[in-house]
Design a protein around this ligand. Structure first.
Ligand code: ZN
Length: 460
């Protein structure tokens, strides 16, 4: 109720909505029409004026709206009935004339309005407005510089898949692909062999932790030892998946916290081996919020209801952030790459503070491009300010989707559609960063963090 205007009750029902849409209230109406002298001017229709003119015995001043025909009639009380008839006829003629002029327009207006009344309201899926915006477009098929994709997933790829991958990578200037899904032990060895074995300078493989023996004492130390072996077998980093901190539980049912001391040995080992940890903690904060019409990721939660993180089953978003930041603080010599802008893409100021607090923290932009693209000015300034901390990544591999990243990073194109509607029902904007920043995001930061990538394939 508070947002509705509060008119006195007697006016609320008597308000007269005219065809031209102007609302006139009774008090105003009587003030305009009641006087004996009636001026036909703005705000009074002929339909309203006619009965009054005819009924009014006193003097009526009528300004006819037809140019020079406009005349003033003086009609004293009780005289010249025949003259009144002439006036009446003249008015009727003018009214007919006016009707002929106005009618076709009114008919068109009614035609325009008619389909709107018949059409049902579309659902959010059905409503696909086509933008009429005409503006410069730069649809880039290739990155301006060779780049490293720090965030990709290829589970147990076959040699044929890898061969195809390399051909596709060449078409978009993707120089080095980091496969975060290397696994551990024999699986990792196989993945390294099939990717790096044939294309040593095109692929990087990260190892993962196995939680099979989580409930056996000494788990953390064993993971650290396995990781050391994986690195010997060709792994160049550790990737931690999102179940860590959320779904992963001890046999007793207790959730493994992101900063669980059991894992300290693993993170210390990463520092010792000088390999980065790419870690996915939590999910977009909207997944932790109620699934209602105010939720920014309503569409995605409708398509994938299991992505919701209701409080009955999951720790709150902020709890996970606190644990994550504690992890960063505990291991200052370990380099962390927080996946997906650390899920602060919707709050770059907060992400900036995170960078200021923890010099060992970096982020990738995988699958969160729409966050940057909806705030091009902030995104540009953020990337310029924190150019040493942000890495190019894509997540789900699809060669035809990288071009959105190129377009956003390299152009100032405006208001273009994003490739995944469930991530963003909004359109995005390019935030074109200077070449020096672009080089850092595309490859220089990754070269600094990931050991063993041949820098000679990249420009200075
Ligand atoms: Zn991923």
């Amino acid at each position: 109720m508070g947002e509705l205007c509060s008119l006195p009750v007697k006016y609320q029902r008597r308000g007269n909505l005219r065809l031209d849409g102007a609302r006139r209230w009774p008090a105003q109406e009587s003030r305009q029409l009641r006087p004996a002298r009636l001026a036909k001017g703005n705000g009074t229709t002929w339909a309203e004026a006619l009965p009054l003119i005819l009924a009014e015995d006193s003097t009526a001043l009528v300004h006819l709206p037809v140019g020079k025909i406009s005349r003033t009639f003086k009609n004293p009380r009780g005289t010249m009935n025949s003259r009144r008839t002439i006036i009446f006829c003249a008015i009727i003629l003018v009214a007919i004339f006016a009707a002929f002029v106005v009618w076709p327009r009114a008919a068109v207006t009614l035609q325009d309005e008619a389909p709107q009344k018949k059409q049902p309201t579309p659902t959010i899926d059905e409503y696909q407005p086509k933008s009429t915006l005409v503006t410069k477009e730069h649809k880039l098929e290739r990155a301006k510089f060779p780049f490293i994709d720090i965030h990709s997933h290829h589970w147990n790829p076959t040699p044929e898949e890898v061969g195809r991958l390399v051909k596709e990578m060449d078409t978009i200037n993707l120089r080095v692909m980091v496969n975060l899904s290397g696994g551990t032990g024999e699986e990792l060895k196989k993945t390294v062999a099939v990717m790096k074995g044939r294309y040593p300078d095109r692929f990087v493989v990260f190892a993962n932790m196995s939680y099979d023996d989580l409930n056996t004492p000494g788990f953390g130390k064993r993971v650290a030892a396995r990781l050391e072996q994986d690195v010997r077998n060709g792994a160049q980093g550790l990737k931690i998946f999102k179940n860590f901190g959320m779904d992963l539980k001890y046999a007793g049912g207790e959730r493994v916290h992101v900063d669980d001391p059991e894992f300290d040995a693993v993170f210390e080992k990463c520092a010792e081996l000088k390999i980065p940890v790419l870690i996915h903690v939590a999910e977009p904060s909207a997944f932790f919020d109620p699934w209602d019409y105010h939720n920014e990721r309503w569409q995605e939660l409708k398509e994938f209801p299991r992505r919701a993180r209701p409080p009955a089953k999951y720790p709150p978003f902020e709890t996970l952030m606190t644990e994550r930041n504690h992890l960063f603080a505990k291991h200052p010599k370990t380099n962390f790459i927080a996946a997906h802008l650390g899920f602060h893409g919707n709050d770059l100021e907060r992400l900036g503070k995170l960078f200021e607090s923890y010099p060992n923290v970096y982020v990738d932009i995988a699958a969160v491009l729409a966050e940057l693209g909806r705030q091009p000015y902030s995104a540009h300034d953020f990337l310029v300010k924190y150019q040493d901390r942000v890495l190019m990544g894509k997540d789900i591999y699809e060669v035809n989707e990288y071009k959105w990243y190129f377009r956003a990073l390299e152009t100032r194109d405006e208001y273009f559609e994003y490739y995944r509607k469930r991530h963003a029902f909004w359109r995005i904007y390019g935030f074109q960063v200077p070449d020096e920043v672009l080089k850092k995001v595309y490859y220089k930061n990754a070269l600094k963090l990931v050991p063993g990538i041949d820098a000679r394939a990249f420009p200075e």
